[in-house]
Design a binder for this molecule. Structure first.
Ligand SMILES: C[S@@+](CC[C@H](N)C(=O)[O-])C[C@H]1O[C@@H](n2cnc3c(N)ncnc32)[C@H](O)[C@@H]1O
Length: 271
């Protein structure tokens, strides 16, 4: 099956407007691969029909299914372990000093299936137990399927083997249905809800630690600028923003400083 160029362009425009996803050119194979499974489920004969209806009618279940199918949800526990070492040694200790007596608020802003949020929860319980007692980690994603997965907190053997150290797996997971479920003490720190970073942000409050990792690379400079503007409203001086190693947030010069000079993706908010 090949998708007509005109429909490809309409879908790309739709996804850009809805979730700021930049599909780029010549990725028809990707669209076909990801949307084909929806044909049977929603009773369409062709991808063109599906795309046409989703754009014209904007029926929420179908729109969400298309978004869920089109986003890239690659993630793992303790992804980029060097960043988690920095969290442990240079980021969380000062937050701990400053915020004693007040709950630590963490946000994983494109959380995929939740491994990032649960990694932070495990790190806190393991290394900063008194901070963990009141910490609150919010995991959000535009994909409803990913939010459900985070809430479930169940992972396959393969997902566990990708990054979760054995001692933490033994301590924080319980075998369940041919995989593993995070234990209640870890799950208790994490809540999950749907949120589109490309729309006005709501109900985030003031945050101490923000993880926006492996998401900014998908956005245009204009969208990144709007994210920077919104983010700053949710930070107090001393709060920390963590991106993926290859990512940056333009337009925030002077507002942040590097936590470690050699690591420009981990930034402390100056205020
Ligand atoms: C590559 S994953 C990154 C997961 C995790 N942060 C990590 O670094 O492992 C990107 C996630 O961003 C989500 N996403 C894409 N566009 C989004 C948007 N506009 N708002 C919120 N989440 C979005 C996708 O659904 C996907 O789960």
């Amino acid at each position: 099956m090949t998708i007509a160029l005109e429909m490809y362009d309409r879908l790309a425009e739709f996804l850009q407007a809805e979730i700021a996803l930049q599909l780029g050119e010549s990725r028809g194979y990707l669209v076909e691969h990801r949307l084909s499974p929806l044909l049977n489920r929603f009773g369409f004969d062709s991808l063109e029909d599906l795309i046409d209806v989703v754009i014209r009618e904007r029926e929420s279940t179908l729109v969400q299914a298309v978004i869920d199918a089109m986003v890239t949800c690659e993630t793992s526990f303790f992804r980029e372990p060097g960043t988690f070492d920095l969290l442990r040694t240079r980021v969380i200790p000062p937050l701990f000093e400053e915020r004693q007596g007040r709950a630590l608020r963490v946000w994983s802003g494109a959380a995929a299936s939740g491994q990032e949020a649960y990694s932070v929860a495990m790190l806190l319980i393991d290394r900063f137990p008194s901070l963990a007692r009141t910490a609150n980690i919010l995991a959000t994603d535009v994909s409803s399927r990913m939010v459900q997965r985070t809430r479930l907190g169940w992972y396959s053997q393969l997902e566990i083997e990708r990054g979760l150290p054995h001692p933490l797996a033994r301590r924080f997971l319980t075998p369940e249905h041919n995989g593993y479920k995070v234990r209640p003490e870890v799950a208790a720190l994490v809540s999950a809800r749907q949120m589109n970073l490309a729309r006005p942000w709501q109900m985030l409050g003031i945050l101490d630690l923000v993880l926006l990792r492996n998401i900014l690379i998908y956005f245009s400079p204009v969208v990144k600028a709007s994210i920077a503007e919104q983010l700053i409203r949710h930070l107090a001086p001393g709060s920390v923003l963590v991106m993926a190693t290859a990512e940056s947030l333009p337009g925030v010069d002077g507002r942040f400083e590097k936590v470690v000079p050699s690591e420009p993706h981990v930034l402390r908010f100056r205020g």
